[in-house]
Design a protein around this ligand. Structure first.
Ligand code: MIC
Ligand code: SF4
Length: 645
């Protein structure tokens, strides 16, 4: 059989299971990455496993989310992360060095290897032919300990690219077009593998944007072949030695094929409040704009910022709006500074921010009330910007600049600027001074913990009889930003579960946390694609702390489902979707013989308030069932001493 690139990489890393879609497989992990907002938990969990040093080829700890130091908390976390990295053999990327996905692709991603990261946009590295998957921190901790990563083998969707992008159309428009066609649920249980003639016309910078936002499709990951373009990119990063020629076999057998003619695309924009509410920019041109932000791990590369600077050169942004630019990494920042583009951006009135996630995760730059903001980012969930009633649109840097100049939504083809295309440079500026490598002997290193770092909450084995009140009933596509908000107020509490649990569901129902405490926990009922978006395990860990023992939904998003299991929360599916309608907040539900139900894959749920019963499905692999019954992955890992693969 002709093999896909995905199958080739999986075969090289397979530890257990068969390569059949839907089967659970275990794969060896070569590299891991963490960022500060998920990293503190991941390292506390790693420490709890009692393993002396990481067993991966490469593990990197980044600081990019919690950059605003308005109190001691974030700075303390940074210090903890730096010392714990030195202690356990992890490379530490200091604050200021850049966003994890930008720096990882510049300095570490290797074609053909596997990467597990505690951030949902880890698949960005797939643009270099790496199998890169976003997961919760606990899964990363296990991989750092040398354990395999288990997943149900996704279906591999081949995306055949033909044609070439027209002027002013970019990688962002490719992924927005896929979001328009497939929606935020369309990639669930799938890996998107790009192939075809059109590939040759896409620079690595564009491929990174596409694999990055594959996360918004709900896909497990996205991958490009490692070809001449990849060779050039790695050479320009001074890493020719990491190149490996990798592509699918000619005529590879994909589970499904999607056709995309690049020549047919035009500038697109995702409207509030979902990345799949995609329109043509021209259709909504003229809408007034209050803010424009270029940055985030999606579009803050050297190529992106050089394009923006060239478009803005000699002009000033519209007086009505505020524009920010965030270089994705120190490499990007230093290069645009040395080449003069930074001066052009400053001269045009842009507010330049430090290299990090910044406004993308609500760390500053919240828009005005009801404001319209156009961002080159990847997520526009309600409230994520820090302003609940703001309207966030997502578009390419080119569209962002067009809007900034006109003060209203505008297509870059309509602002009278000559088309600019920045090529991949022959050499990027490589200076790794902000990467701290761990010492070979770390016996003298003391791990420093600040007072905000609270011990990891734990729970015992799952109870056999579960009862609980429906504390909240929500609709479809609930994001982890709904469940566990981020932003400058809440993010500094990521290493303090008792404190952060006060904010669970705060934007949806401010009384949720108090109610959960008063009732001693309960049940949450959800619709389709429950828990989409971020990999933050706090969206499972904090509810667990509040006593949530099960979530009953129509379907779950991949990472959140695993996070629930990892923290001993039972993810139950309605057997008959109509039963969702028959439940109300306040109903008291009960299941008996949970242990039996997990093994039999089905359970009867009794609604004691209404005096009826309905069936639910427990779709867990045997291993997941054991993890759940143990009360979570940490308990399970301690019971089965972790063996490196
Ligand atoms: C995000 O974009 O939502 C984040 C913040 O990067 C998250 C991780 C987190 O919540 O810390 C993600 O995408 O996984
Ligand atoms: Fe950071 Fe935003 Fe990327 Fe998440 S999506 S890693 S918050 S830049």
């Amino acid at each position: 059989m002709k093999k896909t690139l995905t199958a080739k990489i999986i075969e090289e890393h397979l530890v257990s299971g068969k390569i059949v879609p839907g089967e659970e497989i275990g794969i060896k992990i070569d590299q891991t990455l963490t960022q500060d907002a998920t990293g503190t938990m991941a390292y506390l969990q790693f420490e709890a496993m009692g393993i002396p040093r990481v067993r991966t080829k490469r593990s990197v700890s980044y600081v990019d989310h919690n950059m605003l130091q308005t109190g001691f908390e974030n700075a303390d976390d940074h210090r903890y992360l730096q010392t714990v990295a030195a202690k356990y053999g992890i490379v530490f990327s200091r604050p200021g060095n850049g966003i994890c996905h930008q720096v990882h692709r510049e300095r570490f991603a290797v074609p053909g290897q596997t990467l597990l990261g505690s951030d949902s946009h880890t698949p960005t590295a797939g643009a270099l032919g790496m199998l890169a998957i976003g997961v919760g921190g606990l899964d990363v901790a296990v991989a750092m300990g040398g354990g395999p990563y288990y997943l149900r083998l996704p279906r591999v969707v081949g995306v055949r690219l033909t044609g070439a992008l027209r002027p002013w159309v970019s990688g962002k428009d490719v992924i927005l077009e896929l979001l328009r066609r497939l929606t935020v649920k369309g990639g669930v249980g799938k890996i998107l593998e790009y192939f075809g003639d059109g590939l040759r016309t896409l620079r690595c910078a564009e491929r990174f944007t596409i694999t990055n936002m594959g996360a918004e499709l709900g896909a497990t990951t996205s991958i490009f072949p490692s070809d001449e373009e990849t060779r050039g990119y790695l050479a320009a990063q001074g890493r020719s030695g990491d190149f490996r020629d990798l592509s699918p076999d000619e005529g590879a057998s994909y589970d499904e094929i999607l056709e995309l003619d690049l020549s047919n695309l035009e500038p697109l924009i995702a409207c509030p409040h979902s990345p799949d509410s995609v329109r043509k920019v021209r259709e909504i041109a003229g809408t007034h704009v209050d803010q424009v932000c270029i940055g985030s791990c999606t579009n803050s590369s050297y190529e992106d910022l050089m394009t923006a600077a060239a478009m803005l050169k000699g002009k000033v942004v519209h007086p009505r709006l505020s524009m920010t630019v965030t270089p994705g990494s120190k490499q990007v920042y230093e290069m645009i500074a040395r080449e003069g583009a930074l001066a052009d951006l400053i001269a045009s009135g842009c507010r330049i921010l430090e290299s990090g996630c910044g406004p993308c995760i609500g760390m500053g730059q919240a828009p005005p009330s009801g404001g319209v903001t156009i961002r080159s980012f990847n997520r526009n969930f309600e409230g994520r910007s820090g302003t609940l009633d703001a309207k966030v649109y997502l578009a390419s840097p080119e569209v962002c600049v067009a809007c900034a100049l006109k003060g209203e939504i505008a297509d870059p083809r309509d602002v009278g600027i000559e088309w600019i295309r920045i090529s991949t440079p022959a050499a990027y500026l490589v200076r790794d001074d902000l990467l701290v490598h761990p010492p070979a002997d770390s016996s003298g290193i003391e791990v420093l913990r600040g007072p905000n770092i609270k011990p990891l909450p734990t729970r015992g084995a799952i109870e056999d009889r579960l009862t609980g009140e429906v504390l909240l009933k929500v609709g479809d596509n609930i994001t982890t930003d709904h469940i566990m908000p981020a932003g400058s107020k809440v993010l500094p509490l990521r290493s303090n579960i008792p404190a952060i649990s006060e904010y669970v569901y705060e934007r949806v129902d401010p009384g949720f946390s108090r109610r959960a405490r008063e009732k001693g926990g309960g049940v949450v009922v959800g619709g389709d694609n429950y828990g989409q978006g971020s990999s933050r395990e706090h969206a499972a860990l904090a509810p667990m702390y509040l006593g949530i023992k099960w979530v009953l939904a129509r379907s779950f998003a991949r990472i959140h489902r695993t996070n629930l299991i990892n923290f001993g929360i039972l993810p139950l599916l309605f057997a008959d979707l109509k039963d969702y309608e028959n439940l109300e907040q306040g109903d008291v539900l009960e299941i008996t013989s949970v242990r039996d139900a997990v093994r039999k894959a089905a359970v009867q749920v009794r609604n004691t308030t209404r005096g009826n019963e309905f069936s639910a499905k427990v779709e867990l692999s045997e291993r997941e069932g054991e993890v759940l019954l143990a009360g979570g992955l940490l308990n399970y890992t301690k019971q089965h001493s972790l063996e490196a693969v």
